[in-house]
Design a protein around this ligand. Structure first.
Ligand code: DAH
Length: 341
């Protein structure tokens, strides 16, 4: 076939190709090794010099015209397909959603935010821990070695032998101390905890805490008391008082349980506070020198206090909630009571 004829035929076939497959077939027909053009190339060597030159040039022109047309058509088909896909997958984002309601915010988050804000105001910064912890951080660095009885009360979900769902936010203390490299610390760490726990109206296998840790020179229990008193008055109101009862935690020495005076009876004793006049909200204490040592501090130089606030406990008190499970069941009627104003 004459080259002009071949070119015209190829260009028409390219024009007529309806999709990528057809176009590929056309390409194979006109541009592959076995194509007529290629065969013509093969005949060049038998020609005389000037004939070879002019035919060679013509073949090249023909081939690049076909190649250009092919590339152009290939891009057109691709663009067409893309447009089609985009059109098919378009969503009208201006359509209104299906009945999404402005529901309230879980009171756990309201209380958490409020507590965080109070401590931010006292110069603390928020330290993020993680829900999954190693045995080392959750227990060992908190002075709860393998055979310690405190482990009995803090059984939890184990991921493997040494990885577990943290039983308290206290391991954040060890992480913060590690990062501070023996210097002062002033952090709070809010987060989820998991524990084998009593099955009643105020305990759950999953709950939230806010851990606090302050380390500096010459810190004593007076600093702890004033800090917690300020916190309680800001959260519950100026009239509320705190009471510290001596207690035990492996990571603090001395340790205290902190109660807040009952709102209902003002501390006189009533059914809400079971006649005691006070309600328990957190554990705290002076950081045990062993914990300081375990985490790279010299207890002769530094001291500190720590506390762990149960967020559910505070929310129950603040809003008079009757059952801890209400926090986790996503009942919209319950959440609706807590629209942020
Ligand atoms: N980790 C304790 C718990 O989960 C709470 C706690 C008590 C934290 C005393 C502290 C603390 O930092 O000093 O029961």
């Amino acid at each position: 076939m004459d080259l002009d004829e071949l070119k015209a035929k190829a260009l028409k076939a390219i024009k007529d190709a309806k999709d990528e497959l057809e176009l590929t077939n056309v390409r194979n027909l006109f541009l592959s090794k076995k194509s007529e053009i290629n065969q013509k190339m093969g005949t060049l060597k038998d020609l005389k010099e000037d004939e070879r030159k002019s035919l060679g040039q013509k073949i090249n022109e023909t081939r690049s015209a076909i190649t250009d047309a092919f590339t152009q058509k290939f891009n057109d088909i691709k663009a067409y397909n893309l447009n089609l896909k985009l059109k098919r997958e378009t969503i009208d984002i201006s359509l209104p959603g299906a009945g999404i309601k402005n529901i309230g915010i879980n009171p756990l988050y309201l209380v958490e935010d409020e507590i965080i804000n109070i401590f931010l105001g006292m110069g603390y910064s928020v330290y993020e821990g993680s829900d999954v912890e190693t045995d080392h951080f959750n227990f060992e660095l908190m002075n709860i070695p393998k055979d310690h009885p405190a482990r009995e009360m803090q059984d939890t979900f184990y991921i493997d032998k040494s990885l577990l769902m943290r039983t308290h936010t206290s391991p954040a203390q060890a992480h913060a101390m590690e990062e501070a490299k023996g210097g002062p610390v002033r952090i709070i760490c809010p987060g989820k905890c998991f524990r084998r726990d009593d099955d009643d109206l105020i305990h759950s296998h999953q709950f939230k805490q806010i851990e606090g840790l302050l380390i500096d020179k010459n810190i004593n229990i007076g600093h702890l008391e004033k800090t917690l008193e300020t916190f309680v008055k800001k959260l519950f109101g100026e009239k509320r008082e705190i009471r510290m009862r001596s207690s035990y935690f492996p990571f603090t020495e001395p340790s205290v349980e902190v109660d807040v005076s009952c709102d209902k009876c003002g501390g006189k004793g009533c059914p809400v506070c079971k006649g005691t006049g006070y309600l328990e909200i957190l554990g705290a204490g002076i950081v045990n020198p062993r914990v300081l040592k375990l985490n790279g501090y010299d207890p002769k130089e530094y001291s500190g206090f720590a506390f762990g606030i149960g967020i559910e406990r505070v929310a129950i008190l603040k809003y008079g909630i009757d059952d801890i499970r209400r926090f986790y069941t996503n009942d919209i009627r319950f959440l609706d009571e807590f629209k942020r104003r």
